[in-house]
Structure formats: structure tokens, C-alpha cells
Write a protein that binds this ligand. Structure first.
Ligand SMILES: Cc1cc2nc3c(=O)[nH]c(=O)nc-3n(C[C@H](O)[C@H](O)[C@H](O)COP(=O)(O)OP(=O)(O)OC[C@H]3O[C@@H](n4cnc5c(N)ncnc54)[C@H](O)[C@@H]3O)c2cc1C
Ligand code: SF4
Length: 498
């Protein structure tokens, strides 16, 4: 274990963040480098509590508790405390294909269920994870692992997000020839085009893709399955196919004035900004620009927060975020007890930046947008809203009611709709003849088989918009299922069985 009395003697410390105003001048990651001493002290706080809830990885109360890839957290905490970084890396790589992603952007459900967190702030698990993998790359401990034997079996993976990448990694290590098809011009899925650079620098994603290529995985970019190559061609050319196409169909806000120039989906804003940044350092102008505009982000979630941070860096005049739900409580309530994920008020990186720039929290709660209004040229001019009250109906269910007299008009030239996703895009699934449930691919967790022989599915396409760590979990698990399908049995580790 860490230091026997560490959890009593040492306070939680996290990696420091760069100054919120200063970092608005660039697109680099907002967290500052770690010191080994701080990470070692944090490792010392781990109690090695015997029943480590930090890696239970399950849904409780509608949210994830514990680490979904069952990272061996107490083991690597102890090794980091003792300065045994290489051994810590070996333990980490047993369960997580891409800790450099999760260590940066995972919401860390492990910390919500850390036993220390019953009475004190949790061990800084996520920061330790990032420190271990970053040290692994810095010291050249991560090198290509080229499989010694090839099976001659061919697997096609559609989609190069974390689910596709994790399944490609596992199946390549099992000796299969793996080809990943990606319609975008860069691999990585939402790691590349979705999560902005200041949360996850794209060099970090490109480094992993390059490593996978060196190990034998082929990436075929700018190729949309269903358009550039058909489902039948893929089924004929490969022994097995895995659908990892994500769940990127955005939910629209169909209200009066939606067609106004200046109303965009959040993903179009985030994707074009990152592409232009990577292509030309924003010099080509091929992006939706918030410069000088009053920006309103509709949707209180993480995608909305990424829009705020992006708009601030582009030089927005003002930014406001509307959320449907009331502000979260400052501490856990009696119906959100440990080890559930803590549903408590927090300031995300983007909210800290906005507060530093504008002097206040820019979030507006319980707001409903009624209509968009454009000027005579069709350009967005303002938004009309009303406040909502959350109450319970006669059956005890939560309902929202408009509060009369709270109508308000907001000036806005750019609105970003970030109210969630409606599952995977349907045309490809139809072309394969894949059955769906609630628009998602019908494939049982643990089996991952669709109704089409030899075709499997994993990640957001199967479970709906989720987390990177779940995509990695599913990528590992589907790889086991495909390996077993191709070879009759599999020696690949599974998340549950290790
Ligand atoms: C803005 C945003 C921010 C997020 N931030 C976080 C975060 O901070 N932390 C976190 O844990 N999670 C975050 N998430 C969620 C996380 O990114 C996803 O759960 C995860 O990426 C899902 O992985 P995936 O591999 O299933 O799909 P995706 O990452 O969506 O990748 C699917 C890929 O399939 C490709 N594709 C689709 N159809 C085809 C086709 N027909 N042919 C070829 N290619 C195709 C797409 O282009 C895409 O590259 C965020 C999501 C969004 C939208
Ligand atoms: S992957 Fe996420 S849940 Fe798992 S240890 Fe890392 S930060 Fe925690």
C-alpha cells in the first residue's frame, strides 16, 4: 500500500492549471506539468482499502462509479509513492490501452468512489495516471510491440475513435491483420475532432496512432464506409467487421427562427475550429468564428463547456451558457451518497476561464429557449427565453413548468446547440442490415455480435454517447469476442477477467 498513515497526514493536491487568462492566448493544454514529488505524495494517500471501489467500473444511480477498465489503481499508487515508475507503467498498461487520453480527459469516476473520499478529498488518481504514462513516453519506455506471429485473418474496423483504436490494438496484438476505416482526414474520432486541443493536444493522439501503425495496424482515411466502399465489399474482403462509428447524430432544437444565419450545432463549431487549427493555425479561415460576437451556448453539458473555451480563445465578445437543470448542490445530498459519482457543483476548465475573463459564472440555469430572431438579412440577432421551474407531478415524476413573467431577450450573433446526441447515424446500419434498439446498434454487452454474421459493434455506436474509458472498455471486450469468433478461443485479456 501507499504510506500506512498517508491518508491522514497528507492533503489532496492536483496538477496545477495554467493561469486562466494567460491560457486564453493559446490552444495548448490547460494543465501544467506535474512534479514527481506531488504525485508520489498523492500515491502515499492511497489506503489500499481492501475492497477498492475505485475500480468497480459500474453504473450506479444512472452514472458511472469506479474505473470502467478496472485500472489496478492501488497497485500503481503504491509504486508511484515508492518511485517505481516503470513498474507502475507496466501495471497501468495491463488494463488501459490509452492512459494518455484518460489521464487527461476522463471525468475520473474512480475518484468519486475512492474510499478516502468518504471523509476527505479523493486521491488524485487521474493525475497520477497521466504522470505515469507521460513518464513512459518521455523515457522511451513505450516502444512498438510488433506481434511475432500473424494468423492470416483479416478484420475491418469502421471508425477510428477510442473504441476502434482499442479493438485494433488488441486484435493486432492477437496477430490479426487489422484495417481501420475512417471518413475524416485524421484518425482519432472525437479524440481528434470533438475534444478541443486545450483539453487533449492532438500530438498526443497522433503519437498513439503512429505507434499503432508501427505495430502493424492500417488506417484508411478519407473513406466513408457506405459511400466510398460498400458494406458488402467489406464483408467479402474481411473475416470480420466491427462497427465503431460513434453516436454523433446531434439533437436539434427545432423552434421558431432555427434557420437564422448564426445558429450552429456545437460539433460543427468544435470540428471546424480544430481542423483549421491543425491545418493552418487558423489562417485558412475555414471555421465558424466567434470573434467579436455575443455567443450563447444552449446545453449545460461538457460539449457546451468545450464550446465556451473555444469561443473564448477565438475572441468572443460575450459568452453565456444555458442549462435546463437547476444548479447542482455544493455537497453530496442524501440520495447521491458514496460510491456514486458525485453530482455536485463544480467549475469546469472552461467555466474558470469565462469567470476569469468576465468576472462571473456565465451559466444560466433552468432556462428554456423559445425562439431565435433574425434581422432583415436573415442574420441571428437575438434569443427569447423563459425561466423554468422543476417540480414533481402527481405521480412523483420531475416536470418543468414555465415561470410567467420571466421572459427575457438576449442579444446574440452566434448560437451553439449542444443539447446532446441521438445515437449513431442510421444509413450505414441500414446498409449492413443491422438491427437497432432506440437507434443504437443491438448487440449485447459481452457478446458484441449484431444480427449480421461476422459483424460486431462496440463503443458509442452500441451504448450511446458516453466516455472514452467506456469506449476503451468496449474496444477491449469486442476484440476478445472477435478473436474467439475467428480462432475458436482467445487468450486476449478481457476487462473483467484480465
Ligand atoms: C465535444 C465532446 C467532448 C467530449 N469530451 C469528453 C471528455 O472530456 N472525456 C470523456 O471521457 N469523453 C468525452 N466525450 C465522449 C467521448 O469522446 C466518446 O464517448 C468517445 O469518443 C466514443 O468513442 P467511439 O470510438 O465509440 O466513437 P467516436 O469517438 O465518436 O468515433 C467514431 C468515428 O467513426 C467515424 N465514422 C462514422 N461513420 C463512419 C463511416 N461510415 N465510415 C468511416 N468512418 C466513420 C467517425 O468519423 C469517427 O471518427 C466527449 C464527446 C464530445 C462530443
Ligand atoms: S481511466 Fe478514468 S476512471 Fe479509470 S483510473 Fe483513469 S481517470 Fe480513473
Amino acid at each position: 500500500m501507499g504510506k500506512a498513515t498517508g491518508f491522514m497526514e497528507i492533503k489532496r493536491e492536483e496538477a496545477t492549471q495554467r493561469d486562466p487568462i494567460e491560457r486564453l492566448n493559446d490552444w495548448k493544454e490547460y494543465s501544467a506539468p506535474f512534479s514527481d514529488e506531488v504525485m508520489s505524495r498523492q500515491g502515499a494517500r492511497c489506503m489500499d482499502c481492501g475492497t477498492p471501489f475505485c475500480h468497480i467500473g459500474m453504473e450506479i444511480g444512472g452514472a458511472t462509479s469506479g474505473c470502467p477498465v478496472y485500472n489496478l489503481i492501488p497497485e500503481w499508487n503504491d509504486l508511484v509513492y515508492k518511485g517505481k515508475w516503470k513498474e507502475a507503467l507496466e501495471r497501468l498498461m495491463k488494463t488501459n490501452n490509452f492512459p494518455e487520453f484518460t489521464g487527461r480527459v476522463c471525468p475520473a469516476p474512480c475518484e468519486g468512489s475512492c474510499t478516502v473520499a468518504i471523509s476527505d478529498p479523493a486521491v488524485a488518481i487521474k493525475n497520477i495516471e497521466q504522470a505515469i504514462i507521460d513518464k513512459g513516453f518521455e523515457n522511451g519506455w513505450i516502444t512498438p510491440r510488433i506481434p511475432e506471429k500473424r494468423t492470416g485473418k483479416k478484420v475491418a474496423i469502421i471508425g477510428s475513435g477510442p473504441a476502434g483504436m482499442a479493438s485494433a490494438d488488441q486484435l493486432n496484438q492477437a496477430g490479426h491483420n487489422v484495417t481501420v476505416y475512417e471518413r475524416a482526414d485524421r484518425a482519432g474520432g472525437l479524440l481528434t475532432y470533438g475534444i478541443p486541443n486545450m483539453k487533449l493536444e492532438k500530438d498526443v493522439v497522433a503519437r498513439r496512432i503512429k505507434l499503432l501503425e508501427q505495430e502493424g495496424v492500417s488506417f484508411v482515411l478519407n473513406t466513408e464506409v457506405g459511400t466510398d466502399i460498400t458494406a458488402d465489399e467489406l464483408k467479402q474482403q474481411y473475416d470480420s467487421v466491427i462497427v465503431c462509428t460513434g453516436a454523433q447524430k446531434q439533437r436539434d432544437l427545432v423552434i421558431k427562427g432555427r434557420e437564422a444565419e448564426g445558429v450552429h450545432f456545437a460539433m460543427d463549431f468544435l470540428t471546424t475550429s480544430t481542423k483549421s487549427l491543425l491545418d493552418s493555425n487558423l489562417e485558412d479561415g475555414n471555421y465558424i468564428d466567434a470573434k467579436g460576437k455575443d455567443v450563447i451556448v444552449i446545453g449545460g453539458g461538457d460539449t457546451g463547456a468545450d464550446c465556451i473555451a473555444t469561443a473564448l480563445r477565438q475572441g468572443a465578445n460575450s459568452v453565456v451558457q444555458f442549462g435546463k437543470h437547476p444548479q447542482l448542490p455544493m455537497a453530496r445530498t442524501s440520495n447521491n451518497m458514496w460510491p456514486e459519482y458525485p453530482q455536485v457543483f463544480s467549475l469546469d476548465y472552461a467555466h474558470k476561464e469565462a469567470k476569469a475573463k468576465f468576472g462571473e459564472d456565465i451559466r444560466q440555469y433552468c432556462i428554456q429557449t423559445k425562439k431565435f430572431v433574425a434581422d432583415e438579412n436573415g442574420k441571428l440577432q437575438e434569443l427569447h427565453t423563459i425561466e423554468m421551474k422543476k417540480t414533481r407531478d402527481e405521480n412523483g415524476m420531475f416536470v418543468y413548468e414555465e415561470v410567467p413573467g420571466t421572459e427575457k431577450v438576449w442579444p446574440a450573433q452566434l448560437v451553439l446547440i449542444a443539447i446532446g446526441f441521438e445515437g449513431p447515424e442510421q444509413p450505414l446500419l441500414k446498409e449492413f442490415g443491422i438491427n437497432t434498439v432506440n437507434r443504437k446498434v443491438e448487440a449485447e454487452y459481452g457478446e458484441f455480435t449484431t444480427n449480421v454474421e461476422g459483424v460486431f459493434a462496440a463503443g458509442d455506436a452500441r451504448r450511446g454517447q458516453s466516455l472514452i474509458v467506456w469506449a476503451i472498455n468496449e474496444g477491449r471486450e469486442v476484440a476478445y469476442a472477435v478473436d474467439e469468433y475467428l480462432m475458436g478461443s482467445s487468450k486476449l485479456p478481457t476487462v473483467a477477467g484480465m
